[in-house]
Design a protein around this ligand. Structure first.
Ligand SMILES: [Zn+2]
Length: 323
């Protein structure tokens, strides 16, 4: 959809959602918010994360609109006991990015806001195939990029063309996650080390151990290798979930009871597996809010944050109602 049209639509929906009768009609009880990187300088990372200003806006907006920011456990408890005194928001960060601690944590502390971080084993052991970081690094470094697996050569000397190339290749991988492995020769030819990117961008074991003791932090699983579970056979998918849980529990000496499906790739089989290996909840990337206690705890929806008006539109429920 045209970018301007989309922004107009979000703006209109967010304003509609502020009308008292619509707000009462579509108001949700709770929401889980999905975040990844919190970037001080988004342009230098091709606008792939949430800016510090948008992150601060989101926290201020939640407080102003009467949402209590709580842990996932507290949120589910409030839903289960049908506590209607407040509306509850849970903040979740996927993948274990280092900027969640260096940039976001001081802001979270200022707001006294609890949060959940979903961490794959491979980020900590520096073995995760972070093709999205490799592509970003490649496009930032070069003005002409050939992606042989896709049969495309991109001329990208400015931010706009680099973002457009990143979006095209990323969409191509999202259509079939097995394609991510096909990018390895391109990274190798261009001297891009995914292990070095893991090192630069993700917390290490020591840092995660410290974070896990922070009173505002909860740590959840995110599989061993960050694989799209639905592309794996059942025993591999099960091992991805169980081994990551064991690894985190051993490392942190804490019980790990919550998980996020990488790429939001899940179905009834993954819900069953997550439950079977001992998790109590699993979150997805389905864009929705939580309405009551009948919500499926192994397919919890979340709301992404990409712009102030898009966020307000999703929070109002108008976008969901239209869909
Ligand atoms: Zn992830």
């Amino acid at each position: 959809m045209n970018h301007i049209l989309k922004n107009c639509l979000y703006y209109g929906a967010s304003r509609l959602g502020e009308l008292p009768f619509l707000r009462a009609r579509f108001a949700a009880r709770a929401v889980i918010i999905l975040l990844h990187e919190i970037q001080p300088d988004c342009q230098s990372e091709l606008m792939t994360g949430t800016s510090v200003s948008l992150f601060e806006y989101l926290l201020d907006w939640l407080r102003r609109e009467g949402w209590s920011i709580v842990s996932l456990d507290e949120c589910l408890e409030k839903l289960a006991t049908n506590d209607r005194s407040r509306r509850y928001a849970v903040l979740s960060f996927d993948d274990g990015y280092r900027d969640n601690v260096s940039v976001a944590l001081p802001i979270l502390e200022r707001h006294n806001a609890p949060f959940m971080m979903y961490v794959p084993t491979g980020a900590l052991t520096r073995s995760m195939q972070t093709w999205w970081l490799g592509l970003r690094k490649l496009l930032l470094a070069r003005d002409e990029v050939a992606i042989e697996a896709l049969g495309r050569r991109f001329h990208c000397s400015d931010l706009r063309s680099k973002r457009s190339a990143l979006s095209e290749v990323t969409d191509w991988v999202h259509q079939d996650y097995r394609r991510s492995a096909m990018l390895a020769p391109t990274f190798e030819q261009n001297g891009i080390s995914l292990a070095a990117l893991n090192d630069a961008y993700f917390l290490d074991e020591r840092e995660l151990r410290i974070l896990a003791r922070h009173p505002l932090a909860s740590i959840g699983g995110h599989t061993t290798s960050h694989a799209a579970l639905t592309t794996l056979d059942k025993s591999l998918a099960r091992a991805e979930l169980a081994d990551n849980r064991d690894y985190l529990e051993n490392l942190l000496q804490l019980s790990v009871r919550h998980v996020a499906y990488p790429y939001g790739s899940w179905g009834p089989r993954e819900e069953h597996l997550a439950k079977e290996v001992g998790f109590q909840t699993a979150v997805t990337t389905r864009q929705s809010r939580l309405h009551d206690h009948t919500v499926n705890h192994f397919a919890l929806p979340r709301i992404g944050v990409y712009s102030p008006s898009g966020f307000r539109a999703r929070m109002s429920g108008i976008m969901e109602a239209v869909r």
